[in-house]
Design a protein around this ligand. Structure first.
Ligand code: SF4
Length: 330
């Protein structure tokens, strides 16, 4: 089984995030505040097989309104105050264009390492769409993790980008049941809407799949849920599925998660199971992880889904007519 190293859908590669470089200005523009930052693109050192392929991360937004009760980004160590409030980087599109112009070679940019690029504000602001247009103009590829179905709005541009550079979209989906997804991720579109968006992107030839993280012990780590997610991914045209069979908890997100469990009648008793099983541990792997890994591999192979990062990276790199070298040197 692969080790539990990725902590939530938008914490991928976030160790290298540019967050913190900016100076909070709290300027209200309408109802959405902005913040300043020194740069937009943050170089990442891609380790083959460890994550999705990317040369840079980029966060246009700070904060997230999807409200996932398990979100790691709420952890105190990241120091993001008012996390549930969306802000965007001041002057981000001009900054992006200036940075792209300076790059000697194109690369792949992973969007939204610590927030969701398709949050509620994107519907109004369209910053992610405009950033994609810029990336396309400079022949960059893009990797998008999201819990939003708004990404389907950008099918046209992603399909065009995919003809010249790697493009992939990974939907974070934790449960096959809409009723449960509304409790776990109250601000995000229900799971079925995310699968519908996946179908739309897949139909346009975009490399898409499911990121089944986190898999919450005692809540979503049943055989039935896992197999249903894999089956639904295949039925929606997904080409990959990934899972680490657990979650992470630390100061800040642990308290938030436990309070949410205690508030919801369907989750009564679950908090105590966490306390008993994990205490103050950071990595909370499902006690069923070994079995889940076996049935996951078996079902992915049956459905012809890729389930290892290195295979997905290969599929992303070979996507489109131009085989792109994923490591750039500027
Ligand atoms: S989508 Fe959920 S897990 Fe990802 S940043 Fe937003 S609240 Fe956190």
């Amino acid at each position: 089984m692969e080790s539990l190293t990725v902590v939530s859908c938008h914490r991928i590669l976030a160790a290298e995030s540019a967050y913190g470089a900016g100076r909070e200005r709290s300027i209200e523009q309408g109802t959405i505040a902005t913040f300043s930052a020194k740069r937009l693109l943050t170089r990442v050192h891609y380790e083959e097989g460890a994550y999705f392929p990317a040369d840079y991360t980029m966060n246009l937004y700070r904060g997230c309104n999807h409200g996932c009760i398990y979100c790691d980004t709420r952890s105190e160590c990241y120091g993001i105050d008012r996390f549930d409030e969306i802000r965007y980087k001041d002057n981000c599109l001009a900054m992006l264009e200036a940075e792209l112009r300076q790059k000697r070679k194109p690369g792949v940019v992973s969007l939204g390492a610590a927030s969701d690029s398709y949050n509620a504000a994107e519907n109004t602001l369209g910053l992610t769409r405009q950033a994609l247009q810029l990336l396309k103009r400079y022949s960059f590829g893009v990797g998008i993790p999201t819990k939003g179905d708004l990404v389907a709005r950008d099918t046209d541009i992603l399909a065009e980008m995919g003809r010249a550079a790697p493009v992939y979209v990974s939907f974070s989906i934790t449960t096959a049941e809409d009723g449960i997804s509304r409790l776990l991720e109250p601000g995000a579109p229900a799971s079925s809407r995310r699968f519908a968006a996946m179908k739309e992107l897949a139909a346009a030839g975009i490399l898409v799949g499911t990121w089944l993280n986190p898999m919450l012990p005692f809540l979503t780590d049943s055989d039935d849920n896992l197999l249903a997610l894999v089956d639904e991914t295949a039925a929606s045209g997904g080409r990959f599925a990934l899972c680490h069979f657990g979650m992470t908890l630390r100061g800040g997100n642990r308290e938030y998660f436990y309070a949410a469990l205690e508030k919801e009648p369907r989750f009564q008793g679950v908090k105590q199971r966490y306390v008993n099983a994990f205490g103050l541990r950071y990595e909370c792997a499902s006690p069923r992880a070994d079995r889940l890994w076996l049935i996951f591999q078996e079902r992915c192979e049956k459905r012809k889904l890729l389930y290892r990062f290195k295979d997905i990276a290969r599929a992303a790199g070979e996507y489109g007519p131009t085989q792109m070298k994923l490591f750039v040197d500027s």
